[in-house]
Design a protein around this ligand. Structure first.
Ligand SMILES: Nc1ncnc2c1ncn2[C@@H]1O[C@H](COP(=O)(O)OP(=O)(O)O)[C@@H](O)[C@H]1O
Ligand SMILES: [Mg+2]
Length: 393
């Protein structure tokens, strides 16, 4: 059995390099201690986020051979700064090389990649990311929610952006305080038929936000699993901008069915967007596609289309990236004012048929197609998927 285990562990890929552990000679010790498997590897050059990916890989490789509760993985490193980079701290002299880090015990339900939980009562979970802030990710998320809702789906949104939670503003619910029901589940706030939950409800807008990664993982987990999302067809997650540890830890607990990257046409934003795409791919999350926001500006007076940030940056890039372009959303003043005033653009029927409106409906249609045909609906869920398949009560 030990030989089999060694063979399997040797095949694990180091996400930092793409090579396997045997090729890199990473394993220092693999042995059985009674029923427990003790394994130790050298984690030089491996970030905390990549380490968590590896933990998930280990768990997957040993599935059916060694139970999760019997796996103990230790790591050693001669580069202590790796460990502290994520915490933004300098190593103290007492933590000189080589460092034997804390034994990392893999436990069920504690956020390892191989151990994802489905969000109860939800049809499909879609994470929406961007390489950087200010590309219109929240505006997009809120209006995609409205567009899917227009198609008849029940939609929920989690605003996981701790740096700038903006959904309470966009949905006109800044002063709301969420309550919990008799089963101690948090009841999502509802506006325009969309249920949503936001960090914004729990923090003072004036306070600097200094949440730490591990705490954040806990809160997002609460938003996913302790909120009553029952009957939701699509649950959209507005992730914080960027591709670091926080984003990774947020999506690795839950079963995510699809991801969308929002980008603007400028090269820099696109470079960042590529990183976002890589992050989702590394986590083996299905990518639905990319959205180009602020693709052009259509003049209210003359109707001419101006490509302020260059033409078609995202559409030129997507073939090489191997993803679909889901839609292009032009710049329109009413899209911003709608968000600022708490009346989302796609809730205002007067805009029907405009290029922005069309852009959002295009994306909603592509999302629908992505999941269309043969989705097994969850029998417990009285949302549209269930109704469509005649399972809802
Ligand atoms: N297509 C667009 N047309 C006009 N304004 C937009 C558009 N997309 C986003 N905005 C505005 O740009 C600003 C940043 O958008 P936001 O959604 O908050 O970005 P992010 O969530 O990526 O940080 C907001 O004021 C928003 O109203
Ligand atoms: Mg935002």
């Amino acid at each position: 059995m030990l030989d089999d285990i060694k063979k399997r562990l040797g095949q694990i890929t180091n996400p930092a390099t793409g090579k396997n552990f045997n090729e890199e000679n990473r394993w220092q010790d693999i042995r059985m201690d009674g029923a427990k498997l003790v394994a130790q590897y050298n984690r030089d050059g491996i970030s905390p986020a990549e380490k968590r990916v590896i933990e998930g890989e280990i768990q997957k490789a040993l599935d059916g051979i060694v139970g999760v509760e019997n796996i103990m993985v230790k790591t050693t490193s001669t580069q202590s700064q790796d460990v502290f980079k994520a915490l933004d701290q300098k190593p103290t002299p007492a933590q000189k090389v080589p460092v034997e880090t804390q034994p990392a015990q893999i436990k069920a339900g504690h956020g390892t990649v191989g151990n994802k939980k489905s969000v109860p009562g939800v049809g499909k979970v879609i994470a929406i990311g961007s390489g950087k802030g200010g590309v219109g990710k929240s505006t997009f998320t809120a209006n995609l929610a409205m567009s899917l809702s227009k198609k008849g789906y029940k939609v929920g949104v989690i605003d996981a952006d701790i740096y700038g939670p903006s959904l309470p503003m966009i949905f006109g619910k800044r002063d709301e305080k969420p309550r919990s029901n008799s089963e101690k589940k948090i009841i999502p706030v509802e506006a325009f038929g969309i249920k949503f939950m936001s960090f914004g409800f729990f923090i003072n807008e004036q306070d600097p936000v200094i949440w730490r990664g591990p705490m954040l993982g806990g809160v997002i987990s609460q938003f996913l699993f302790d909120v009553d999302w029952n009957g939701t067809d699509y649950l959209l997650i507005d992730l914080p901008p960027g591709t670091g540890d926080i984003q990774l830890s947020m999506v690795q607990n839950a079963h995510v069915d699809g991801t969308i990257i929002v980008s603007t046409p400028q090269d820099i934003a696109l470079l960042d967007a590529k990183k976002g795409l890589e992050m989702f791919k590394k986590l083996n999350l299905p990518v639905i596609g990319m959205v180009e926001n602020m693709s052009s500006f259509i003049c209210n007076h003359c109707g001419t289309e101006h490509h302020i940030f260059g033409e078609g940056g995202v559409s030129h890039a997507v073939p090489a990236l191997g993803v679909d372009l889901l839609g292009q959303i032009p710049l329109e003043i009413e899209l911003r004012t709608g968000s600022d005033n708490g009346v989302p653009y796609m809730s205002q029927d007067a805009f029907e048929g405009r290029p922005v409106w069309k852009g959002f409906m295009d994306v909603a249609g592509k999302v629908e197609n992505f999941f269309g045909g043969g989705i097994a609906p969850q029998p417990s869920k009285p949302g549209l998927f269930s109704k469509m398949f005649g399972l809802g009560k």
